[in-house]
Design a binder for this molecule. Structure first.
Ligand code: NDP
Length: 483
C-alpha cells in the first residue's frame, strides 16, 4: 500500500483521475502545508462509478455468501498486515496521533470488515407459519447500488463501517470519503485489488461534499444512502433523497452529556472522563462535551480534571508521547475557537486551555489547540446546546437526579450519554429516561459491534451495527405459500 502525491478515484477496479482532470489540495494539518492532491470529481465521475457498480451487481449479489466472505476476509487481512502504512497515512491526513491510528482507527477498520464478512454467514430471515393453511417466509435481498458517505474524524474506521455491511449483503457501492481525509480510502482501493474484489463492486469517488457527494445522493438509481456527518448536511441529504423514496441511514451530530454522581468510582471516572472529553481532539461524535457533576464532589472533580487536562501533551502526531495532535483543518480549528469566544461572552470562565499552541517548525503553521475546560455556564446557553466537536468541555454542578436529567435532555441532540454511579437502580432509571441512542454506565466507548448504533432527535435516523446494518442494506420481501 503506498500513499501518492496524486490520489485517484477507484472506478471499475481501476485507479483513475477525475474525468475533468481537476484536483483539490490535500493539507497535512500538522504542518498546514499541501502534501497531496485529490480528484475534484463531479457528476460524470459518479455516473461512471454507478455504471460500473450496476454492471458488477448481478454477479456479486449471486456469488454466494461463502465467496463474498472469503474476499472480504482477505481484504481485512491485507489491512491488518499493512497496519503501519495505513496508520501513518491516517495520522498525516487527519493530524491524529500515530499511536491512536495504530491502536484504534486501523484495527477497527479491519475488525469492521471481518465482523460483517463473518456476520453474513450467520444472517438468517424469519418465517411465519399460519397453522394448517400457509407458510410465509422473508427473503432478504440486496438493494442494488448503494451510496456510502463518511466524515473526516475517524476516516477509515467509519468508511469501512458502512462499506463492509453493504458489500457483505451483496450490494455494490459508490462511496465518498471526506475530501479532508482521503488517503486511507485510496489505500483501501489498492487493498481491494490485492484482495481480488471484482471490478465495480466497490467504487470510491473523491471530491467535495456539495459536488461529488451531492451527485451520489441525487442519483436516481442509487437506492439507499448511508451517511455519517453533520446534522445540517444530514438535513440537506434527507431533503434531497426522501422525495426519491431512498432508504436512508443518517448518523449525525451529538452534544453528549457525561453525568457524574458522587457515589461513583472516582479514579476510574476521572481517567475515563479525560478520554471521553479529549480523545481525538474531542472530534469523536461520542465524546462527552457537557459534564454534569454532583455538587458534593464538584470542587474535587474540577481540580483533578484541570490538572490532568493541563498535563496532556499536544504536539507532533508522529511522536509516541503525544496525547493530542493537530485539529483536522484550519477552518475547523477556527470554528472551535469561535465557540471558546462565545463561551466567554455567555459568562463562562476558562479554567484551562482556550488558546492555540505556538509550535516550532515544521509545525509552526499547523492547527494545534490546547484542551479546554470551561465552567459557569447555564445549561441552556448556546455553548451548551450546539455541537462544538473539538477539545472543549463545559463542567457544571447539579444537586438532584431530576436536575441532571433535565440538563442532559435539554438539547436537540440525542446520540450518546455516560453515567457514573455505583447505584444500580439509579443507573437503570437514568438509562431509561435519557434521550440517547447509546448509554454507557461506568465506561465510555466500549463497543460491541453486534449492538445497535445511532441517535435520537437531531442525532440521526436509523441504526447501524450488527443485524441493524444487515437489515438496512437488504430489502425484505414476504413470500406467502398456501398449502
Ligand atoms: P459533514 O456533514 O460536513 O461531511 C460528512 C460527509 O458528507 C463528507 O464526506 C462530506 O464531504 C459529505 N458531504 C458534505 N456535503 C454533502 C452533500 N451536500 N451531499 C453529500 N455529501 C456531502 O461532516 P464532517 O465531515 O464535518 O464531520 C463531522 C460531523 O460528523 C460532526 O457533526 C459529527 O458529530 C458527525 N459524526 C457523527 C457520527 C455518528 O455516528 N453519529 C460519527 C462521526 C461524526 P466533504 O468532507 O468532502 O465536504
Amino acid at each position: 500500500m503506498s500513499p501518492d502525491k496524486y490520489i485517484k478515484n477507484y472506478i471499475n477496479g481501476a485507479l483513475v483521475p477525475a474525468i475533468s482532470g481537476a484536483y483539490i489540495n490535500n493539507i497535512n494539518p500538522a504542518t498546514g502545508k499541501v502534501y497531496s492532491h485529490i480528484p475534484d470529481s463531479d457528476a460524470e465521475d459518479v455516473q461512471r462509478a454507478y455504471e460500473a457498480a450496476e454492471r458488477a451487481f448481478p454477479q456479486w449479489s449471486k456469488l454466494g455468501i461463502q465467496k463474498r466472505f472469503r474476499i472480504l476476509n482477505r481484504l481485512a487481512d491485507i489491512i491488518e498486515q499493512n497496519l503501519e502504512a495505513f496508520a501513518k497515512a491516517e495520522s498525516i491526513d487527519s493530524g491524529k496521533p500515530l499511536r491512536n491510528a495504530m491502536t484504534i482507527d486501523i484495527p477497527r477498520a479491519h475488525q469492521n470488515i471481518r465482523f460483517f464478512a463473518t456476520a453474513i454467514l450467520h444472517f438468517s430471515s424469519e418465517s411465519h407459519h399460519m397453522e394448517g393453511n400457509a407458510i410465509n417466509f422473508t427473503l432478504r435481498q440486496p438493494i442494488g447500488v448503494v451510496g456510502c458517505i463518511s466524515p473526516w474524524n475517524l476516516p477509515l474506521y467509519l468508511f469501512t463501517w458502512k462499506i463492509a455491511p453493504a458489500l457483505a449483503t451483496g450490494n455494490c457501492v459508490v462511496a465518498k470519503p471526506s475530501e479532508v481525509t482521503p488517503m486511507t480510502a485510496y489505500l483501501l482501493a489498492q487493498a481491494c485489488t490485492e484482495a481480488g474484489l471484482p471490478p465495480g463492486v466497490l467504487n470510491i469517488v473523491h471530491g467535495r461534499g456539495p459536488k461529488a457527494g451531492q451527485h451520489i445522493v441525487e442519483h436516481p438509481k442509487i437506492k439507499a444512502i448511508s451517511f455519517t456527518g453533520g446534522t445540517n448536511t444530514g438535513k440537506h441529504i434527507a431533503a434531497t433523497a426522501a422525495p426519491m423514496f431512498k432508504k436512508l441511514s443518517l448518523e449525525l451530530g451529538g452534544k453528549n452529556p457525561n453525568i457524574i454522581f458522587a457515589d461513583c468510582d472516582f479514579d476510574k471516572m476521572i481517567a475515563t472522563t479525560l478520554k471521553s472529553s479529549f480523545s481525538n481532539n474531542g472530534q469523536i461524535c461520542l465524546c462527552g462535551s457537557r459534564v454534569y457533576v454532583e455538587r458534593s464532589i464538584y470542587d474535587r472533580f474540577k481540580e483533578e480534571l484541570v490538572k490532568r487536562t493541563q498535563s496532556l501533551e499536544v504536539g507532533d502526531p508522529a511522536n509516541s508521547l503525544t496525547d493530542m495532535g493537530a485539529m483536522v483543518s484550519e477552518s475547523h480549528m477556527e470554528k472551535v475557537m469561535s465557540y471558546v469566544k462565545l463561551a466567554v461572552e455567555e459568562g463562562g470562565t476558562i479554567l484551562c486551555g482556550g488558546e492555540k499552541v505556538n509550535m516550532k517548525a515544521p509545525f509552526d503553521e499547523g492547527y494545534f489547540m490546547r484542551p479546554t475546560v470551561i465552567e459557569g455556564l447555564p445549561y441552556n446557553c448556546r455553548t451548551n446546546q450546539e455541537e462544538i466537536f473539538g477539545p472543549v468541555v463545559t463542567i457544571s454542578p447539579f444537586d438532584t437526579e431530576e436536575e441532571a436529567l433535565e440538563y442532559a435532555n435539554s438539547t436537540d441532540y440525542g446520540l450518546s450519554s455516560t453515567i457514573w454511579t455505583s447505584d444500580i437502580s439509579r443507573a437503570n432509571r437514568m438509562a431509561e429516561a435519557i434521550h440517547a441512542g447509546i448509554v454507557w454506565v461506568n465506561c465510555w466507548l466500549l463497543r460491541d459491534l453486534r449492538t445497535p448504533f445511532g441517535g435520537v432527535k437531531n442525532s440521526g435516523v436509523g441504526r447501524e451495527g450488527g443485524l441493524e446494518a444487515l437489515r438496512f442494506f437488504t430489502e425484505p420481501k414476504n413470500v406467502c405459500i398456501k398449502y
